[in-house]
Structure formats: C-alpha cells, structure tokens
Design a protein around this ligand. Structure first.
Ligand SMILES: Cc1ncc(COP(=O)(O)O)c(C=O)c1O
Length: 416
C-alpha cells in the first residue's frame, strides 16, 4: 500500500469523531497521536451511551420491568458481539472487566492464588507493561513462587531461544506475555509461545491491550488460555474491558470479588456461585460502558479489522521512514512489517518531556515517559522515550506535521 491508497475513507471516518473537529489551541487543529494510551470515540459509541441513559437506563439481570429487560438485552448483546469479534467458543468465556489491568489481576487473584506456590515459576517478558508484572510480583511475595523474564533482543523482539530454555529448565506453570508491545510495537509470536507453553505443561495469559484495537484476533487460533484487553483503546469508553478464558479453566477457578450477581444462593453460613460468566462479575456492572463497547465493535467491524491493520501498517511504515530523515532521532523496536502502530523514539540531547511539550504547542499530542514499561526502558538503557501512536483515523498529513514539529523542537533547543 502506498501513501495514496487507503482501504477506507479516512476523511469520512474522521468526521465521525467529534473531538478531531476541534482546535487544540486557538487556530491550531488537534493531531492526536497518543492512541496507545487511549483512543478517541466516534459519535456512534457516544450516541449508544447517550441513548442508554436517555431511554432505558436501569440495572441489569435483576429487574422484571421493561427498562431492566432492555438494558440487560443490550448489555448481553454487546457480550455476544465481543465473543464473535475475538472468536471465543462460548459467550460464557467472555467476562466483563474494567480493562486489561483488572483482567490480569483477576487471573492472578483467582487462578494464580489457587494454583501457584513455592517452587513454581511464572515466565513474563522484559517488555511487559507494569500491569502484567506487578500483580505477579505482589502474589509471588505472598505465595513464594518465582518470576523469570524472557529477554528482549536488540532488534526489539523476544529471545525465543531463551524462552525455550526457560520452559525446559524450570517448572513453569504460567507464561504471561503482551501480544503487541506498547513501546516497541513488537508483535509477539503468541501462537508459537502458546504451543511451547502447552508442550511444557504451562498455561498462557496474553495481554491484548495493544492488539485487539488494531488487528484481527482469534483467541481459539492463538490457543490462549486467558486473553484480556481494554475497551478505551478500541473506541469504547473507559471502564470497559474483557477477560477471555477457556471455559474449563474458568469453571475450576474460584471467584474473585464477592457480592451481588456472582452468587446462586446465599445463606448466613455460606454461599454458592453463579454460572459463568457471572461468577466473576460481582456487583452492578458498567452497563453503559459495556453497551458502548458493543457499539465500538460494530464500528470496527464496519471498517474491517484487516483493513484497519493494513492501513495502520502503511501509515506506521511511512512514519518510520520520515522519522529516519530527522537528524538525531532514534526509533526503538522492529521494522514496520512486524510492528504495531507505535513509534517510540528519542531525539538526541533533548528530553522526551521537552519533545512532547513543544509538540503539544503545535497541536500534536504524543506521550513521553516510560509508558508503564520501566523495566523495558532500563533494559534499553533509556530513562524516557517520546511515543507517537497511530489509529484508524490518523492521516499521512498528520505524520508530516509530526516531522515538522520535531524540527521545531530541534530549533527550540538549538544551542540550549
Ligand atoms: C500493553 C498494555 N497492557 C496493559 C495496559 C493497561 O491497560 P488499562 O490501563 O486499560 O488497564 C496497557 C495500557 O496502556 C497496555 O498498553
């Protein structure tokens, strides 16, 4: 694909996003390149939430009245949309959570707490987001198992030989890996990693936060035991997210939070648990957010995940080419062909925060810092990077504006 061919009408897509129509500063349009942190929302998602609150706001699963039935139907319909979107075998395997962080904590606190003990090993990778490190460290401190990390090679990919050796040499019970890195953009070979984990008798948990918004994901083809992602990075509201788990594993796991909806019977001396997925969904859920997630899935399907992925790869490839033209810029991670829609970079002699600050005054929103991946930055001997991350509505002209902005940054700090 060249910069002139696109698989859908990007301008028509942009028109769906109210926030993209506004000025960032007076006379300066918004160029939003912080999509790995959170995506913007189309009016179709905003309208779905608005419609729920205006027309049929009620609690779900409990009411006999018409409003509650309508809310329950929409909320459960959204679950089925997600089930199809990730090709889960059964809607009972699709658990609503607040996001990726909650999904991982749920697995740690239920499966992990019940199954991990002294002598066991959990394998993570050096590129994980904090949300796939800290829950395991917290549990390890309590349970006494150890954590080993797959190293990251200089080209930004995982050291698969080291991974094989870890599985061979240690009693590994669980592998936790991100599908796509939020810093390097590396698309990890999770299907191979799952096969290798299973051959070694381990389960695999995949952090799909940066994958599900951007590429077609089929949890059955990957053979992931657990797969989790956040709605807010895929056009849906904050507070929406999914934990997928294989049914037999979920059936065997104890619940996490206790309360309404997750029980089948409560007496003063004990309780029994509801069937899946409700066993893991205690309390009044985020109904509007779930309905919004369903609308986001509809929107993504209307463009086609293959098209979105192809467009993002093309625009990321273009961004990498243009970034390479700027003297002093170093981009981290693999080539565009094996990369998600992110470009984390440094500009020689200028702190990432200063880069982001000057870009912001030009209307360009990027992220700067460690992007919740401090261990990875330490491995790369970096304190901070600036990160431009793209989504289905970004344009080639916006990439050009980023490059112009970087020259402005250089001029601003010249001789400083
Ligand atoms: C790869 C990855 N994992 C996990 C998370 C955490 O997601 P959330 O904050 O939505 O729970 C993020 C968010 O930045 C991420 O990029």
């Amino acid at each position: 694909m060249t910069s002139n061919t696109v698989p859908y009408d990007v301008e028509a897509v942009r028109a769906d996003f109210p926030i993209l129509q506004q000025e960032h500063h007076a006379g300066v349009p918004l160029i939003y390149l912080d999509n790995a942190a959170s995506s913007q929302k189309p009016r179709q998602v905003i309208d779905a939430i608005d419609d729920y609150y205006r027309r049929y706001n009620a609690n779900v699963h409990r009411g006999i009245h018409k409003l509650s039935e309508a809310a329950t139907a929409a909320y459960e319909e959204a679950r089925i949309k997600v089930k199809r979107f990730i090709n889960a075998a059964n809607k009972r395997e699709v658990i609503y959570v607040r996001g990726t962080t909650e999904g991982i904590n749920l697995v740690a606190q239920t499966w992990g707490r019940a199954n991990l003990t002294v002598g066991d090993v959990v394998v993570l990778t050096q590129m994980e987001h904090h949300s796939n490190i800290v829950p395991w460290q917290m549990l390890a401190a309590e349970k006494g198992f150890t954590i080993q990390y797959v190293p990251v090679l200089p080209d930004g990919t995982l050291d698969m030989d080291a991974y094989a050796a870890l599985l061979r040499d240690h009693p590994v019970k669980l592998v936790g890996v991100m599908h796509v890195s939020n810093v390097l953009g590396t698309v990890n070979p999770v299907q191979d990693m799952a096969r290798m984990a299973h051959d070694a008798g381990a389960l695999i948990l995949v952090d799909g936060a940066q994958a599900v918004p951007h590429l077609p994901v089929d949890v059955q083809a990957l053979d992931a035991d657990f797969y989790t992602f956040s709605g807010h990075k895929m056009l849906a509201p904050t507070g929406s997210g999914i934990l997928y788990g294989k049914r037999d594993l979920l059936e065997a796991m104890p619940p996490w939070m206790g309360g309404g909806d997750m029980i089948s019977r409560v007496t003063l001396t004990g309780s029994t648990w509801n069937e899946l997925p409700y066993k893991f969904e205690a309390g009044t859920p985020s109904v509007a957010e779930g309905i919004g997630l369903g609308a986001a899935v509809d929107y993504l399907n209307s463009l086609g995940m293959d098209n979105i992925h192809a467009y993002e790869q093309a625009i990321t490839g273009y961004a990498l080419e243009r970034l390479a033209e700027v003297p002093g810029v170093t981009v981290y991670g693999p080539e565009a062909a094996n990369k998600g829609a992110v470009a984390a970079f440094t500009l020689a002699g200028i702190h990432a925060h200063d880069v982001a600050q000057v870009l912001d005054s030009a209307g360009i929103a990027v992220r700067a810092g460690h992007h919740c991946a401090m261990p990875l930055h330490e491995c790369l001997s970096l304190q901070a990077t600036a990160r431009a991350s793209f989504y289905l509505y970004n344009t080639y002209a916006e990439v050009d504006a980023l490059i112009d902005g970087l020259y402005t940054v250089k001029r601003t700090f010249a001789g400083a």
